[in-house]
Design a protein around this ligand. Sequence first.
Ligand SMILES: C[S@@+](CC[C@H](N)C(=O)[O-])C[C@H]1O[C@@H](n2cnc3c(N)ncnc32)[C@H](O)[C@@H]1O
Length: 275
Amino acid sequence: MNKISQVPAAVDPARPAPARIYDYLLKGANNFQADRDAAERIMALVPEIRDCAWANRGFHQRAARWIARRGVRQFIDIGSGLPTVGNTHEVVQLVDMRCRVVYVDNDPMVREQSRVLLADHARVRAVLGDLRGPDYVLEHPDVRALIDFSQPTGLLMTAVMHFVGDEWDPWGLLERYLGALAPGSYLSLSHLTDDQKPPLAVKEFCRVFDGATEQVHFRSKPEVERFFSGLEIVPPQQDAPTGSLCHAGDWEADDPARSDSDGSRWLYCGVGRRP
Ligand SMILES: C[S@@+](CC[C@H](N)C(=O)[O-])C[C@H]1O[C@@H](n2cnc3c(N)ncnc32)[C@H](O)[C@@H]1O
């Protein structure tokens, strides 16, 4: 079952898409049979993948709240995904109602569903844009309308860079976004890893995306750390002595004893501050 009433012309329901696969893993209803089939194939390979999706979503929300509590009042959420429980604007506006959020995603379904949800929100916009085109994204009128580039910004890029292949120079793209932001801005990023994972499961996981709208690219810890070049990585827990990447569940975990799950270990994450 799905609750999609309007399917944008650019969307092919027969082709799995990351946003809708993720929605299915999070038990949402904005997905088609092709997405559910793809998600089920991944679940057969990696039974803890649903836990991985929840661990990622938890990190996304905790990091956004943490950044808002540091006084940041504007956010660009790139690869934002379909609206779900605890959307970014809901999380940060609980810290301060004046927080502004621009959602950016290259899936027309995300744009369509977000537009319905956000119709009454003056401080929130949803942009259809591909992160591989930073000039388009950074110059988009909706981005310019809500983001004051002279002030610190929270740049949220959770579970999206693994859909960008090396041939696009994802590190260079991120530098381009960070370069546009004021000192005191923050990056929050999470990324799938194949470190210490069964190679066959990883290979078959990638193959599920062969016919999808995007392909998936696992990266090692040093490769994910490279996204934070030039940033001060913040300690992942209050009592941690230094800043470093960690697995998604461990970042500012409410209950550290239960956060280190098998699912969480498929993702590195971190928050970095632009000096
Ligand atoms: C797994 S979801 C993550 C959603 C959300 N960021 C989170 O962490 O909960 C990945 C999202 O990235 C989007 N995406 C993938 N490649 C993208 C690209 N090149 N530009 C913009 N969005 C992209 C997908 O459409 C999808 O909505």
